[in-house]
Design a binder for this molecule. Structure first.
Ligand SMILES: Nc1ncnc2c1ncn2[C@@H]1O[C@H](COP(=O)(O)OP(=O)(O)OP(=O)(O)O)[C@@H](O)[C@H]1O
Ligand SMILES: [Mg+2]
Length: 465
C-alpha cells in the first residue's frame, strides 16, 4: 500500500518561490490518481508545467547527491539521471512512456547543464533570435518572422535562474541591484537580460544567435536580398576602400552585410574591429578585434567604443570597422575616415540614408557640442562615401533598399545620389512583397577612385541598366 510506503520528503526546490514548498507537499496528488500530463498536441515543451514533470523532478533532485554533478559532463550524468527518473516513476507508480522518459531526462539535463527549456531552440539552426518574455512567452525569429513557441518556463524564478546562469557565464551578476546585463553565450550568441521590476511581466531574455552560416554578397544576391549588379558595386566599393555606412533597423541584417563587405578587404591590410560583443567574422589574416567592457560593480573600469576608436588610431590601422555607431564615437569615426583610414565601415540605426546622416549629425553634436552644424556636415560629406540601406520587410525577406553615395555639399546641404533603389510594386497588396531593384541613371561618384584601382570598367558595366 502506498500509504505505508516510506516516501522521502522532497528537498526544498531551489527554484521555488518562498512558501511553495509547503504548498507542494500539501497539494501533492495521490500518485495512483492520473496526473495531469501534457496533451500530445501541446508538444513536449509544456511538459515542464505538468504535474507529472514536477513530481518526477522533485523526486530526482531529492534523491540526487548535490555534489554528484560537479565536474561531470552532460553525457556522463545522463545514465544516472535516466535511472533516477525510472526509479522515481516506479516508486510513485507513474506510468511514463519511453518518449516521455526521454523528454523528462532531456529537460532535467537542460536544467542542470544548459539554459533550461530554451536549449532546443538554441540548437535549432533555422532560428536566429530567441526572445523570452517572462515564463509564459517564448518567441523565436525564423526566416525573418517572429513566431510564438509553446516553450514555457516553470515560473518566474526559473527564468531568472537561467538569466543568472547566462550572466555568470561571462563573469557578471544580474540581480535586483544590477537588473540589466549584456552577455554572451559560449557559442558567441549575444544576450541581453532585464529582470523585474524593470521588466514588468517577468524576466526578459533576448538572444541574437551567432550565425554559423557565412552569408556572402554573392549569396545575398542569389537569395534576392539585392540584385547581382548591386552585389558587384558593393564588392567594388569595399575593394576600392570606400568609407561605407550600413544603415537599417533592428535585426535588419546590418552586421551580416557589414561582415559580407569585409570579405573584400585585402589580405595585406591591417584591420581593427571594434564591437560591444564580437559578432564580425573577418576572414583576413591581419585583424585585431577589440571589444568594449562595461563598468564593474563599483562603477569603474568601463572601456567605451569611443575609447577603443581613439586607441585604434594609434595602432596603425589601414581600416577601422566599428560594429555600430550609436554615440559619441561617431565624432572619432568621422575623424578616422577623414584622416587616411579609407575603407572604414560601420553600421547605424536609421530608416533611410538621409535619416542616417541626420543621426550622425546629432551624435557628433552630442559628442562635441561646440562644433557648428555646417562644419559637422562638411566632415560627414567628405568622410562618408556610401550609405547602404537594408530593411527587413513584412515578408520576412531582407532587402537592400538603397545604395546611396554622398557626393558633396551644395550650400549647407549634403548632396546624395542613389546608385540603386528597391521600388515596391504597390499593386501587390498581400503578404508577399513585390518590387524590383532599379539602377539609377547616374555615373557613380567613385568611378574616378575605381579607375585608380583599375576597376572603372567593371563598375560602369555593373551600373549599366
Ligand atoms: N541576408 C540574410 N539572409 C538570411 N539571414 C540573414 C540575412 N541577414 C541577416 N540574417 C539573419 O538575421 C539575424 C539578424 O541579422 P544581423 O545581426 O545582421 O542584424 P542587425 O541589423 O545587425 O541587428 P541588430 O540591430 O540587432 O544589431 C541574424 O541571425 C542573421 O543570421
Ligand atoms: Mg548588428
Amino acid at each position: 500500500m502506498f500509504g505505508q510506503k516510506q516516501v522521502p520528503r522532497p528537498e526544498p526546490d531551489p527554484d521555488a518561490p518562498p512558501g511553495a514548498e509547503a504548498a507542494q507537499v500539501a497539494e501533492a496528488p495521490p500518485p495512483v490518481a492520473p496526473l495531469a500530463r501534457p496533451h500530445a498536441s501541446e508538444g513536449g515543451e509544456v511538459l515542464v508545467r505538468s504535474d507529472l514533470f514536477r513530481v518526477i523532478r522533485n523526486g530526482v533532485f531529492a534523491a540526487m547527491n548535490a555534489s554528484a554533478a560537479v565536474g561531470k559532463t552532460r553525457e556522463q550524468m545522463k545514465p544516472g539521471v535516466e535511472q533516477l527518473v525510472l526509479d522515481v516513476a516506479e516508486r510513485e507508480r507513474l506510468n511514463i512512456t519511453l518518449a516521455e522518459q526521454g523528454q523528462i531526462v532531456g529537460e532535467l539535463l537542460n536544467d542542470m547543464f544548459g539554459l533550461g527549456p530554451i536549449e532546443p531552440l538554441l540548437a535549432d539552426d533555422t532560428i536566429t533570435d530567441v526572445l523570452v518574455n517572462g515564463p509564459d512567452q517564448v518567441w523565436v525569429e525564423r526566416h525573418g518572422r517572429l513566431e510564438l513557441t509553446n516553450c514555457k518556463f516553470r515560473d518566474n524564478t526559473h527564468v531568472t535562474n537561467v538569466a543568472q546562469r547566462i550572466a555568470a557565464g561571462v563573469g557578471r551578476r544580474v540581480d535586483e541591484s544590477s537588473p540589466m546585463v549584456d552577455a554572451r553565450l559560449a557559442d558567441g550568441s549575444r544576450v541581453n537580460v532585464v529582470l523585474p521590476p524593470l521588466a514588468i511581466h517577468g524576466a526578459s531574455i533576448s538572444i541574437r544567435k551567432f550565425s554559423k552560416r557565412n552569408i556572402t554578397l554573392h549569396r545575398m544576391s542569389q537569395q534576392g536580398n539585392m540584385s547581382g549588379a548591386m552585389a558587384t558595386v558593393l564588392k567594388l566599393a569595399s575593394t576600392c576602400r570606400l568609407n561605407v555606412i550600413v544603415s537599417g533597423g533592428t535585426g535588419s541584417g546590418k552586421t551580416t552585410l557589414l561582415n559580407a563587405l569585409s570579405h573584400f578587404i585585402g589580405h595585406g591590410e591591417r584591420t581593427v574591429t571594434i564591437e560591444d560583443a564580437a559578432e564580425l567574422q573577418l576572414v583576413q589574416p591581419h585583424v585585431v578585434s577589440l571589444e568594449t567592457r562595461p563598468e564593474n560593480a563599483e562603477g569603474l573600469g568601463a572601456v567605451t567604443q569611443r575609447d577603443l576608436v581613439r586607441n585604434a588610431l594609434r595602432m596603425r590601422p589601414d581600416r577601422i570597422i566599428l560594429g555600430e555607431t550609436r554615440g559619441s564615437e561617431a565624432f572619432d569615426v568621422l575623424q578616422a575616415m577623414n584622416t587616411g583610414h579609407d575603407g572604414s565601415m560601420t553600421t547605424i540605426h536609421a530608416n533611410t540614408p538621409r535619416d542616417g546622416i541626420t543621426r550622425l549629425e546629432s551624435m557628433v553634436m552630442m559628442a562635441n557640442g561646440n562644433l557648428p552644424l555646417l562644419s559637422i556636415r562638411r566632415q560627414i560629406a567628405s568622410a562618408v562615401h556610401m550609405i547602404v540601406q537594408i530593411e527587413r520587410m513584412r515578408d520576412g525577406m531582407r532587402r537592400v533598399t538603397r545604395i546611396t553615395e554622398l557626393v558633396g555639399m551644395e550650400g549647407e546641404v549634403i548632396i546624395t545620389q542613389d546608385l540603386f533603389t528597391f521600388r515596391y510594386d504597390a499593386s501587390a497588396y498581400s503578404e508577399e512583397v513585390k518590387g524590383v531593384f532599379e539602377t539609377g541613371a547616374v555615373r557613380p561618384a567613385f568611378a574616378a577612385r575605381a579607375a585608380y584601382y583599375g576597376l572603372e570598367d567593371a563598375l560602369l558595366e555593373a551600373m549599366r541598366p
